[in-house]
Design a binder for this molecule. Structure first.
Ligand SMILES: Nc1ncnc2c1ncn2[C@@H]1O[C@H](COP(=O)(O)OP(=O)(O)O)[C@@H](O)[C@H]1O
Ligand SMILES: [Mg+2]
Length: 235
């Protein structure tokens, strides 16, 4: 299947939250274009709207105004059912918390996103095993999350996000709970896997070191997204 060249096109995106004390404008006129297979890091201080941006781009929340096109499809024309389908089939999420199901094995956790689409086929199990293999967990298929380290759990969460071969992978501080070594390796995995699978990636991070390894880097300040000058990646 050939994906459109432009994964994500965002125009004049505004997001308000209405609170007891008034309206809070969290995203102010965000414009962004992400092509197939591009990887971008987003940094910014706490409360600057990074998670809100990912929620809106990932069709988990509606924008207040502005336009989002995912794979050439305008999100604001879609019904709630169509948005749910899009989230389930085209978008992968990795959060700071792994959110693995404790009662399920590693392999089952990776396969969970497929259940909403009608169950798993033998090919899916093979793909899940390949992904786990790729992140170094080939001997852990039958383990429970409680038997893994924090870094290993986050690797499983990355595999789960990729099982549907999403066009867009969104990661919200995926290394925030990890020590330096594990954070580095999860960062590398996200970059490598998105490159290998052709998924476009947006990764929110506090780590300027991780951000510097991304081909694109934008900074969110007070709800305004500033794309920083692209620097040639250092090897
Ligand atoms: N559902 C909500 N209702 C009201 N305010 C919210 C909601 N979600 C986030 N906010 C506010 O929006 C601002 C941006 O939050 P967030 O996107 O979580 O920032 P970041 O991820 O950069 O720390 C914060 O001031 C936060 O309190
Ligand atoms: Mg956040």
């Amino acid at each position: 299947m050939t994906e459109p060249v432009v994964t994500l096109a965002v125009q004049d995106l505004v997001k308000n939250y209405v609170t007891a004390t008034g309206t809070l404008t969290v995203l102010k006129n965000v414009n962004l274009r992400l092509n197939r297979g591009e990887a971008m890091a987003v940094t910014g201080p706490s409360g600057s709207g990074k998670s809100s941006l990912l929620f809106v781009l990932g069709a988990m929340e509606l924008p207040t105004s502005g336009q989002i096109e995912l794979l050439g499809q305008r999100l604001n024309g879609l019904t709630e059912t169509q948005l749910a389908e899009l989230r389930q089939q085209r978008i992968g999420f990795v959060f700071q918390e792994h959110h693995l199901l404790p009662q399920c094995t590693v392999l089952e956790n990776v396969l969970i996103p497929l259940l909403a689409g009608g169950g798993t086929k033998p090919d899916d199990v093979e793909r899940a095993q390949q992904l786990l293999d790729r992140v170094g967990l080939q001997d852990r298929f039958d383990h429970r999350p409680s038997q893994l380290s924090g870094g290993e759990r986050q690797r499983v969460a990355v595999c789960r996000a990729l099982i549907n071969q999403p066009a867009l992978l969104l990661a919200d501080e995926p290394t925030g709970n990890l020590d330096r070594t594990n954070a580095d390796s999860i960062g590398s995995l996200l970059l490598d896997l998105s490159r290998d699978t052709g998924s476009s990636l947006i990764c929110v991070t506090h780590s300027t070191e991780l951000a510097a390894r991304f081909p694109r880097h934008a900074d969110l300040r007070d709800g305004v997204l500033h794309e920083l000058t692209a620097v040639a990646p250092t090897k």
